[in-house]
Design a protein around this ligand. Structure first.
Ligand code: PHE
Length: 343
């Protein structure tokens, strides 16, 4: 036997094998063709068994070629079987009545939730003023949520913010104000922080949800005054609602600010004329605020003689509801696509 003749034989074997595998119909024929060439008594196997007859100097080249052909045919057989199996699967599905010509279900394109959009808008306004974003945990220690904010244990001020208790000293936070304490405790003034997040209260009706969103802001430095608070909030309100919108401070009480004020804006629905949304007053309350109480500074180890600061907290849902004219807060949490895709 001579080399070129053997190579031609091998090549022919390969071509015939390929043609037979390609033409095979059904699993049986594929298996038969595979056995014919690659089985224990197959043509290629026999060929390899007779390598002894090949002159020694040609054995490596012929051997390599035969092995390559073997691998090729194996792969082809495997592919043919795979194709056959998926054809069988498709046939079975067709029998069950699956219609492959039906168009697929398109995933619906989502958008950012209105609450996320409004939160980001608020945060961005304060970032432009040099505020830095910080966040705190939603499961919070009583110490940060109440104690260090000057709500003593059993004090009636806690009644306004009843919440869910994990244990006697761990709650779902009722406001974002604990972030004030956490940041002050770990850093030194000057601080300008904006802290968005989820908060929880024992409250549920068309305008109150047991879970809602707040944005807290606070500044601590030397010589921070009520005028700074007022100027900053006025800037904020004008950015959010336009420069013409009026704003007013109303005296209020929070255990962790002194003095405290609630901030109202001119009703965005009736422009101050009086309507059902503002209960005929012409004003809408949008946030709570005040100068940080010296008692809070003592809890975090700041000297109230050296530092002063202001803080405010606003409810995101309320702002979002006023923006789009919504009267039921629960729509935000129902994941109704028809509702959400409007924004
Ligand atoms: N944490 C208060 C609340 O949720 C709001 C507030 C924040 C008031 C900061 C004053 C200063 O009711």
């Amino acid at each position: 036997m001579d080399g070129p003749g053997l190579q031609a034989d091998l090549k022919r074997l390969e071509e015939e094998g390929q043609a037979e595998l390609d033409a095979a119909k059904g699993e049986g024929q594929v298996q038969a063709a595979r056995t014919k060439y690659l089985g224990r008594k197959g043509l290629l196997t026999q060929f390899l068994r007779e390598m002894g007859k090949v002159p020694p100097d040609q054995r490596p080249a012929i051997g390599r070629m035969a092995n390559e052909i073997k691998a090729n045919l194996e792969e082809r057989a495997e592919k043919a079987l795979e194709k056959e199996r998926s054809r069988q699967k498709a046939e079975a599905l067709l029998k069950e009545g699956v219609d492959f010509s039906l168009p697929g279900r398109k995933p619906q394109r989502g958008s950012r939730h209105l609450i996320t959009q409004v939160t980001e808008e608020i945060v961005t306004i304060f970032e432009r003023l040099g505020f830095e974003v910080s966040e705190g945990p939603e499961v919070e220690l009583d110490y940060y949520n109440f104690e260090a904010l000057n709500f003593p244990k059993d004090h009636p001020a806690r009644d306004m913010q009843d919440t869910f208790y994990f244990s006697p000293n761990m709650v779902l936070r009722t406001h974002t104000s604990p972030v004030q304490v956490r940041v002050m405790e770990s850093r030194k003034p000057p601080l300008r922080i904006i802290a968005p997040g989820k908060v929880y209260r024992h409250d549920s009706d068309p305008t109150h949800s047991p879970m809602f969103h707040q944005v807290e802001g606070f500044v601590v430095d030397r010589e921070v005054t009520l005028a700074d608070l007022k100027g900053t909030l006025e800037f904020f309100v004008h950015q959010l609602y336009g420069p013409g919108v009026q704003m007013r401070f109303r005296p209020s009480f929070f255990p962790f600010t002194e003095p405290s004020a609630e901030v109202d804006i001119q009703c965005v629905i009736c422009r101050g004329e009086g309507c059902p949304v503002c209960k005929r007053s012409g004003w809408l309350e949008i946030l709570g605020s005040g100068m940080i109480d010296p008692e809070v500074f003592r809890f975090v180890g700041y000297d109230p003689e050296v530092y002063s600061g202001y803080a405010f907290g606003l409810g995101v849902e309320r702002i979002a509801m006023l923006r789009v004219g919504l009267n039921d807060i629960r729509l935000f949490y129902e994941n109704n696509f028809q509702f959400l895709k409007q924004f």
